[in-house]
Design a binder for this molecule. Structure first.
Ligand SMILES: *[C@@H]1O[C@H](CO)[C@@H](O)[C@H](O)[C@H]1NC(C)=O
Ligand SMILES: *[C@@H]1O[C@H](CO)[C@@H](O)[C@H](O)[C@H]1NC(C)=O
Ligand SMILES: *[C@@H]1O[C@H](CO)[C@@H](O)[C@H](O)[C@H]1NC(C)=O
Ligand SMILES: *[C@@H]1O[C@H](CO)[C@@H](O)[C@H](O)[C@H]1NC(C)=O
Ligand SMILES: *[C@@H]1O[C@H](CO)[C@@H](O)[C@H](O)[C@H]1NC(C)=O
Ligand SMILES: *[C@@H]1O[C@H](CO)[C@@H](O)[C@H](O)[C@H]1NC(C)=O
Ligand SMILES: *[C@@H]1O[C@H](CO)[C@@H](O)[C@H](O)[C@H]1NC(C)=O
Ligand SMILES: *[C@@H]1O[C@H](CO)[C@@H](O)[C@H](O)[C@H]1NC(C)=O
Length: 906
């Protein structure tokens, strides 16, 4: 009976069993069709899907997994196959699909809306493609989705606001797209979320407080967006959190003191480049899993917790660019605690307020540490001798501190070092020879210390060095050839501001890839080596402030990339080479204070007088008018300063002065009387002088109504003379403004002014004070303030009314008295003053007359001081005379100096 009952049941069962395969096989057939259509519509340059053919069942096709029963496609795994084109929507007909991985391909275009059909989809990854457009709103219809990965695409638009409709979502990964907008607050309802990665997008606004309800959240990476406002403190109660990246946002807030107690699982805590402030919580000592700790570039202050290093896993500690403090040894205890961290690889403390002595425990840090950065603090003390223990260091920077003592020779053990940066300290002594063992070194910066001794030839072993900066030390001796034999040097070689002597070795020519070379401000001599022209990569060349001599080498014409060239303050001679015109990259050229001569080129950089400096070369001529150099004429290229014009004038004026000298003798008694009378004024003069002890550009500007033309009383060889009224005491003065463009600023203007101030004679125009500063546009400004002479110059009296009948105006007695005054002045200058001075520009326009028609000799701009009478070494303070001058080339002078003309041959 039971059997009879069972038979129909069995029959029904069979029928059902028969019909089920037929149903599923039609669905399977649809899956197969969908796959074929998917394949046919995408680009497959490597033929990765060629095995998708009818010779095998589609469930065996590479990348396809089917359900055991029914042969429905449940998984597609097609990663890194260079598949491309838009994603064919046919794939979304695979209604049983649970896993879809198309990572690391070249898919483009938007994610099709049809994705919403995949209601069984649990795991979607389209990462590392070039998908664009917005995240389709239909994604929320994939209600089974748990893992949602779109990282590294070009997606735009916003995060769908109703993501909470995907109730089982666990991971959402949008790293590196172009997603904007705010994080929807509803995200706080997806309680299953444990990983959120929104890094590197354009998200903004506040972090929704609701997110701190995500009690399963382990990882929250939202760095490199534009989030603002306070980071919700409620997050610090999320004990599940172990990775927090907030770096590169504009988030604010403080860290609760107990945060590492309430978040015991914290492993990575990255807050760099935000606006957090306040102290680092001391509870960091409880963070026993802490691994990466980055608080750099914020406003953290206070002391670094002494038990910072309690986590044995600590790997990365970046606290740079804050206002963290240390004052004494006690405050540095954190360093000792970090020695427990056997995995420590990076310690960055730069740019804080750390002072006190560098603890020697530094050398006990994990020998595996690779990066140690202490720069820009006020750390004192020595580098520990044991620093050589840190054998894996690749980067050691302690620049701009107050470190003293020597560079320990154990530094040579740091054979992996690529960067050694110790500039701006007070390190001294010799550089240990062991430094030559650092053969990996790319960057060696030891500038601005007080290292001394000779530069090491053994630097030659630093075969990977790209930049070597030894400037601003006290290195002496010659430049070792070996230092110039480092073909790897490319970024720069700076040996400036030392005390190096000797020649610049020809080996410099081996540095063919060098971009920057400075040997400025040493005591180098000899010629500039022609081999310098082999340094074809040079863009910046600084040789100023040495004693280089000879001509500027022609070979420099090879340096087509040159942007800045400074050869100033040397003893270079001959003409300015014409090739400088053709260095089209040149932006700044400084040739000032050499002994260059001849014609200044007029093209290329020489068209721009602000880019070229030629001051202090006495024999240059020509050039564009802005240089205010004399014309070159047609003769030979040198010494064209119009001496020929002068010779005629000399012939006339020499006898005149001879006569004057004779007459002066006879009228001695008469003038002595006058002298007594005038001496009474001296105390008054001293008063004025005190008043002008310090004068500035601004004062002189005011005194002359802004150097107005109405106050201009003369234009002379050395610039313009203005009448001015100086305020305290309303004293009228004459202000001689030196035309620096025209004659070049004197190297030692003030020193020479002092010499002139020491000259006191009633027949010399008193120099009250001098002003050497900068005008309001920053240009050099030099002026002499002198007593004002009411009756102008003798020249004006001689040529008054332009008529030749001057006798009526200037009576003979007056002329004689003037002549005698001039004679007195010259006698004083030549024989009586504390230094012998030859005026070199004696002419009527330089003889000035006061209210009482007493003559005063002026314009010592061209004077030559013969400092040492015995060996007649001479210091010049000017250049040759102007038209109308009387050279002291008379027989008397010649006898005295054994020279024809002390004003020339300079
Ligand atoms: C995919 O499904 C749509 C709608 O159901 C249908 O029109 C289309 O033919 C299907 N495509 C394939 C290749 O099965
Ligand atoms: C089909 O795929 C198999 C590998 O699965 C391959 O050996 C065969 O050559 C393919 N046939 C065609 C026609 O591409
Ligand atoms: C996307 O979803 C909307 C409803 O939200 C629906 O009307 C539309 O057909 C879907 N699009 C596709 C292509 O599935
Ligand atoms: C992201 O968007 C910005 C403007 O919103 C655009 O400038 C940038 O090119 C975009 N980046 C990519 C990778 O599309
Ligand atoms: C130094 O680095 C090397 C290579 O990275 C590594 O094998 C070695 O263990 C490190 N040394 C120490 C002391 O950590
Ligand atoms: C070195 O000192 C000079 C002059 O004081 C200064 O201009 C330069 O910036 C300093 N360089 C460094 C790296 O500290
Ligand atoms: C002249 O040189 C200066 C300084 O290098 C530069 O700023 C300026 O632009 C140059 N002028 C012209 C017209 O090239
Ligand atoms: C100077 O040179 C110019 C052009 O070279 C010429 O015209 C002029 O005649 C010359 N003058 C003298 C005096 O040689």
């Amino acid at each position: 009976m039971k059997l009879l009952l069972l038979i129909p049941l069995i029959i029904i069962f069979f029928l059902l069993c028969k019909s089920t395969p037929s149903l599923s096989s039609s669905a399977a057939a649809a899956d197969r069709l969908a796959l074929l259509q998917f394949k046919s519509l995408l680009s497959d340059p490597t033929g990765a899907l060629s095995a998708w053919n009818s010779s095998i069942h589609f469930c065996q096709w590479p990348g396809i997994t089917c359900s055991i029963r029914g042969s429905r496609v449940t998984e597609i795994e097609l990663n890194s196959l260079q598949l491309g084109g838009p994603i064919p929507p046919a794939i979304f007909n695979l209604s049983s699909l649970e896993t879809l991985h198309l990572e690391h391909n070249n898919f483009i275009g938007p994610i099709p809306d049809e994705i919403g059909r995949l209601s069984h989809l649990r795991d979607l990854s389209l990462s590392y493609n070039s998908l664009s457009g917005e995240i389709p709103a239909n994604i929320t219809r994939c209600s089974s989705l748990q893992f949602f990965n779109l990282r590294n695409n070009l997606l735009t638009g916003e995060i769908p606001s109703d993501l909470h409709l995907i109730p089982k979502l666990q991971v959402i990964h949008l790293w590196k797209n172009n997603i904007t907008g705010r994080i929807p607050a509803t995200i706080g309802n997806i309680s299953s979320l444990w990983e959120i990665v929104f890094s590197q997008n354009n998200l903004f606004g506040r972090i929704p407080e609701s997110m701190s309800r995500l009690t399963n959240l382990k990882t929250m990476l939202i760095d490199q967006n534009m989030f603002t406002g306070e980071f919700p403190p409620s997050f610090f109660n999320l004990s599940s959190l172990s990775n927090i990246y907030l770096s590169f946002n504009e988030l604010e807030g403080t860290l609760p003191s107990s945060m590492f107690e309430t978040m015991p699982n914290l492993q990575r805590f990255l807050l760099g480049r935000n606006r957090f402030h306040g102290p680092i919580p001391a509870s960091v000592s409880n963070a026993s899993h802490l691994f990466e700790f980055d608080l750099s570039v914020n406003g953290f202050s206070g002391f670094i917790p002494s038990k910072l290093g309690n986590s044995q896993y600590l790997w990365w500690v970046a606290l740079g660019f804050n206002q963290l403090e240390a004052k004494e040894a006690y405050d540095w205890r954190f360093m000792a605690s970090l020695t427990n961290c056997s995995s420590l690889v990076t310690l960055d403390l730069q740019q804080n307020n750390l002072s006190g002595v560098l603890p020697s425990t530094l050398a006990d840090l994990s020998p595996g540490i690779t990066t140690l950065v202490l720069s820009y603090n006020r750390i004192s003390g020595n580098l520990p001798d044991e620093i050589g223990n840190l054998v894996n260091l690749t980067e050691f920077q302690a620049s701009n501190n107050l470190l003293t003592g020597r560079l320990p020779s154990s530094i040579g053990n740091l054979k992996n070092l690529h960067v050694l940066s110790l500039q701006g300290n007070r390190l001294d002594g010799q550089i240990p020879n062991s430094i030559s063992k650092l053969s990996q070194l790319n960057l060696l910066q030891l500038q601005n210390n007080t290292f001394n001794g000779s530069m090491l030839a053994s630097f030659k072993n630093l075969v990977n060095l790209q930049e070597l900066d030894l400037s601003g030390n006290r290195f002496s001796g010659e430049i070792p050839k070996e230092i110039l034999s480092l073909p790897s040097l490319s970024l720069g070689l700076d040996i400036s501001n030392n005390m190096l002597t000797g020649k610049l070795p020809a080996e410099i020519g081996k540095l063919t890839t060098l971009n920057w070379f400075s040997a400025a401000n040493n005591n180098l001599s000899g010629e500039i080596p022609t081999e310098l022209g082999n340094c074809l990569s040079l863009e910046h060349l600084y040789l100023q402030g040495n004693s280089f001599e000879g001509a500027i080498p022609q070979s420099l014409s090879n340096l087509k990339g040159l942007r800045e060239l400074d050869l100033s303050h040397n003893n270079l001679v001959q003409q300015i080479p014409i090739f400088l015109e053709n260095l089209y990259g040149l932006l700044i050229l400084n040739l000032s204070f050499n002994e260059l001569e001849g014609k200044v080129p007029e093209n290329g950089i020489f068209k721009n007088s602000t880019a070229v400096s030629l001051y202090g070369n006495k024999n240059l001529c020509g050039g564009i008018t802005e240089f205010h150099l004399p014309y070159c004429g047609n003769g030979t290229s040198s010494n064209l300063n119009g001496r020929k014009h002068l010779s005629l004038m000399l012939k006339i004026l020499i006898p005149v002065i001879g006569l004057v000298l004779c007459l002066s003798f006879g009228f001695c008694i008469f003038t002595t009387l006058c002298r007594i009378k005038r001496l009474k004024k001296k105390s008054f003069l001293n008063l004025i002088e005190d008043q002008f002890k310090r004068t500035s550009y601004a004062e002189l500007l005011k005194a002359t109504d802004g150097f107005s033309s109405s106050n201009l009383i003369g234009v002379g060889g050395f610039g313009s003379v203005y009448k001015g009224v100086i305020q305290p005491g309303k004293t009228t003065v004459a202000i001689r403004v030196l035309d620096l463009d025209r004659h070049g600023a004197s190297k030692s203007f003030m020193a020479e002014c002092d010499a002139l101030k020491g000259i006191r004679h009633r027949n010399l125009v008193k120099v009250l004070t001098a002003c050497s500063s900068a005008d309001f546009s920053g240009r050099d400004f030099k002026a002499l303030v002198m007593k004002y002479m009411h009756n102008g110059s003798l020249d004006q009296w001689l040529h008054k009314d332009g008529s030749s009948s001057t006798t009526s105006i200037l009576k003979f007695e007056l002329r004689l008295s003037i002549a005698v005054d001039v004679a007195y002045a010259l006698d004083y200058l030549h024989n009586l003053g504390h230094a012998q001075i030859v005026h070199c520009d004696l002419k009527p326009s330089n003889v000035l007359l006061d209210e009482e028609m007493t003559a005063h000799l002026s314009d010592f701009g061209l004077a030559k001081i013969l400092l040492d009478k015995d060996d007649r070494q001479s210091a010049s303070i000017g250049i040759k005379g102007t038209i109308g001058y009387v050279p002291p080339g008379n027989p008397l002078m010649e006898k005295q100096y054994h020279r024809k003309d002390p004003c020339h041959h300079w």
